[in-house]
Design a protein around this ligand. Sequence first.
Ligand code: CA
Length: 183
Amino acid sequence: MIGFMSDAGMVRPYDAPQLLFERIAPAKVPGGWRVVEDFEAPKRLNFTFEGNAFVRRGVPSIHGKLPAIGPIGGGRFLSSAGGARGLRGTGEATSPLISLPAKGGSMHLLAGVTGKGKNCVLAIMDESGTRLELPVPRLQWGLAPVKWEIEPTWAGRHVYLVISDADPEAAIFVDEVYLQSAD
Ligand SMILES: [Ca+2]
């Protein structure tokens, strides 16, 4: 089971978070979509890491002394508050090269930024270092779907997904990175 916060109140207005529980189940991947990374494997991720924000593997919804984070897909996700420093940690996680569909399509993922700072960034980066920043929902300890329509200039290219936290008062979360081909 995992838990995440709800503002629900029953008998009287409730001003503290309550826990909702859901059974952990594998995320449902739509037919024809390719899973790039779901962060479920308990072993070290095949990412490049810098700094102290990320532990080297996916973390569960409840970790450290932080509030429960969710909803996520399955039981683990990538958190820049996953290290011992929590929100104060900073660093960067870079995926292995990802082959984008030759005919275009879209990338789907769950992402969220929590906290006061503005220096948490999710970006696509090509092999020459050119970055395209993706908008990330600002949610308190939450994630929401993000969709990137792959423009023709990016179709068929090899790119990195870069998850960057340069902010000691914020954190970025990512999970369930999928690719949908246009063909
Ligand atoms: Ca996951």
